[in-house]
Design a protein around this ligand. Structure first.
Ligand SMILES: C[S@@+](CC[C@H](N)C(=O)[O-])C[C@H]1O[C@@H](n2cnc3c(N)ncnc32)[C@H](O)[C@@H]1O
Length: 225
């Protein structure tokens, strides 16, 4: 078996630990230091793709749709969002860790077919939260896969996103008819309640990690009326 090679490391802000970027043949892995394990593997991306398909399904014919993806990871959610919208769209991807963007501009890019090179992509290096606090309805879809579920994993500050304050702010940032889609490793009843309390109509979908097999992930699909 081919051994893993450690290609690079990156510090997570606010003492969040370290990300390790690993390669084994044509397979890539991004791991969290300590016992927190693998954040992403380049061979497992079905639910990351479906996150965009569900979150952007209403935008096929929308002129100048604006989609926000947070975070970049291995680029699968971004690539699927670009596929779901038309040529007039803008897709902003927010990524907290600059090295993750660099890895995607390098060897990782080919995995999701280089979505950063698409002229409709705009990169925001920084916390996605900075784009979720505007009082102006800006986005037609917000696709969030920054943690393992509605609880800060990579970054403790992410807990705000899933709080009622965060969700009300996201609601304001969405244009009428806009959708918020959140990736999660499993169900979370209280998160569904908070989404409803923030004004959303909520639907949850179970999606396998690989087409037709693998772990069962949850996608929260929240619609702004
Ligand atoms: C699980 S990965 C995303 C995988 C991605 N959906 C894909 O298709 O490859 C989570 C990403 O979110 C980033 N991240 C975590 N917290 C963030 C935040 N507050 N703002 C922006 N990016 C964040 C991490 O650095 C990591 O790149």
């Amino acid at each position: 078996m081919i051994p893993w090679t450690h290609l690079d490391s990156a510090h997570i802000p606010n003492n969040g630990g370290e990300l390790k970027f690993m390669q084994r043949g044509d397979e890539f892995s991004i791991r969290l230091s300590g016992v927190r394990g693998e954040l992403m593997n380049s061979r497992v991306f079905n639910s990351e793709k479906v996150l965009s398909e569900l979150g952007c399904a209403h935008l096929t014919h929308t002129d100048k749709a604006h989609v926000l993806v947070g975070g970049l990871g291995m680029g699968y959610t971004l690539a699927a969002a670009l596929k779901a919208v038309n040529s007039s769209a803008l897709v902003t991807v927010a990524e907290l860790i600059p090295e993750v963007v660099k890895w995607n501009q390098g060897p990782l890019g080919a995995c999701a077919k280089n979505p950063l090179a698409d002229p409709r992509t705009q990169v925001h290096i920084g916390d996605v939260k900075q784009l979720l606090v505007s009082n102006t309805p800006t986005f037609d879809a917000i696709l969030l896969d920054v943690d393992n579920g509605p609880e800060g994993l990579t970054h403790a500050d992410n807990n705000w996103i899933y709080s009622i304050e965060g969700l009300e702010s996201i609601f304001t940032t969405l244009r009428p008819g806009g959708r918020l889609a959140v990736w999660s490793a499993g169900p979370d009843y209280l998160f569904t309640v908070r989404l409803k309390n923030a004004g959303f109509k909520v639907d949850t979908r179970i999606v396998r990690s690989r087409p037709g097999k693998g772990s069962k992930h949850t996608i929260f699909l929240a619609k702004k009326p």
